[in-house]
Ligand binder design. Structure first.
Ligand code: HEC
Ligand code: HEC
Ligand code: HEC
Ligand code: HEC
Length: 270
């Protein structure tokens, strides 16, 4: 009995430790998405220590796409070359113009505007719908192609802004795991719930099944193909606030680590 409880204590202690290690680095501060002097980004500015301002503003945000309180000028959907134009014979999900959260990511990752261009500068005043730089000297456009600067030609990137799994799920479906047949049978059935409207995700092996969590592959509701349905966007695989999930490579901001390609197999039956 004693051995058992000691083992239990050690195991329990280790679990607390690993939980702690997980949360310690999980935020934006000090990550590659921290453009202040505390961060590890491409260029850093001492002009502000507000880490969120490079992406969000509490007031006066760009609402040209459904992204939360976005403080950057969003690109024009038509300015991108999409994956389908590569014409792989097997691609069978219909694309809509680049939109949703992907436009937000691309407002830095397409390299067309300086990373510190914001609509509402930190501090009093400074709202400029056209955008202005926080620090014109220290921070420019993102360098390094094809990653992390993806450019505007997205044919060499995993497709985004397309319906999930060849289509099928729509807003009128019952909540829960999709019971119909997906347009492409090589995909895991998504799960639906209702919060102000339909929300969809694909349950990953991490966390609780049937509950939408940040560690699931999030699908984004869009109404661009004649009905509200779930779409794959940059945020399906990435969480821009989570610097902690890195294994087995060192790439940050993944929803779950990609051991044995478990990100890919969460959606693809392969
Ligand atoms: C590099 C850009 C970036 C930075 C910096 C950033 N965010 Fe975000 N944030 C995003 C994007 C993109 C989304 C939309 C994600 C989605 O739709 O899946 C988002 C969504 C959110 C949301 C709503 C969704 C959620 O996850 O709860 C909140 C709240 C939020 N951010 C708060 C913050 C705060 C607070 C900070 C500063 C500590 C911050 N963000 C810094 C890019 C950023
Ligand atoms: C959020 C769900 C999701 C995740 C995660 C995901 N994919 Fe996909 N993937 C899709 C969808 C949807 C399509 C488009 C449908 C199709 O091509 O059949 C697609 C398309 C592709 C294609 C292009 C197929 C073609 O016919 O041109 C490849 C290759 C691919 N994915 C590989 C991967 C790899 C590798 C990973 C992991 C790094 C991954 N996917 C992760 C949903 C996902
Ligand atoms: C404010 C500008 C900005 C926005 C907006 C932004 N990023 Fe980044 N991101 C960066 C910078 C800077 C880096 C560091 C690039 C480098 O590797 O030198 C980076 C790096 C990354 C990396 C690589 C991390 C690594 O460890 O190599 C990923 C993945 C990423 N971003 C995804 C996203 C996604 C997805 C979104 C939208 C949800 C997003 N980013 C929005 C600025 C931004
Ligand atoms: C289907 C899943 C998926 C989608 C969608 C996706 N990514 Fe990624 N991305 C990944 C994975 C997995 C990695 C890590 C690759 C590795 O480990 O080398 C990655 C890596 C990255 C990196 C770092 C690459 C490097 O080698 O430094 C950046 C930057 C990035 N993604 C940005 C984006 C942006 C911006 C979008 C939307 C336009 C996007 N991603 C859409 C799965 C995805």
């Amino acid at each position: 009995m004693k051995t058992f409880s000691n083992t239990f204590r050690v195991l329990f202690g280790l679990q607390i430790l690993s939980l702690w290690a997980g949360t310690a680095m999980a935020g934006v501060v000090g990550s590659q998405h921290d453009l202040t002097t505390g961060g590890t980004a491409q260029g850093q500015t001492a002009n502000t220590d507000e880490v969120c301002v490079f992406c969000h503003t509490p007031h006066g945000s760009d609402v040209n796409a459904p992204v939360p309180l976005w403080n950057k000028v969003l690109g024009a959907p038509g300015s991108y070359t999409q994956y389908s134009t590569l014409q792989t014979p097997s691609f069978d999900s219909t694309e809509a113009p680049v939109g949703s959260v992907s436009l937000a990511c691309l407002s830095c990752h397409d390299g067309t505007q300086a990373m510190d261009v914001v609509i509402n500068l930190p501090g009093s005043g400074g709202h400029n719908t056209a955008g202005a730089e926080v620090d014109p000297i220290a921070l420019g456009t993102m360098s390094g192609t094809p990653v992390p600067n993806l450019g505007t030609d997205l044919t060499d990137d995993h497709p985004i802004s397309m319906q999930y799994g060849g289509g099928g799920p729509v807003a009128a479906d019952a909540d829960g795991t999709y019971a119909g047949t997906l347009g492409d049978a090589d995909f895991v059935a998504p799960v639906k719930a209702t919060v102000n409207g339909p929300i969809w995700w694909v349950d990953s092996p991490v966390g609780t099944a049937g509950t939408r969590e940040k560690t699931d592959m999030i699908l984004y509701a869009r109404n661009d193909l004649g009905a509200v349905q779930p779409f794959v966007e940059c945020g399906s695989c990435h969480d821009p606030h989570n610097d902690a999930t890195k294994g087995p490579t060192t790439v940050a901001f993944l929803r779950i680590d990609n051991t044995a390609s478990q990100i890919c197999t969460t959606c693809h039956v392969k």
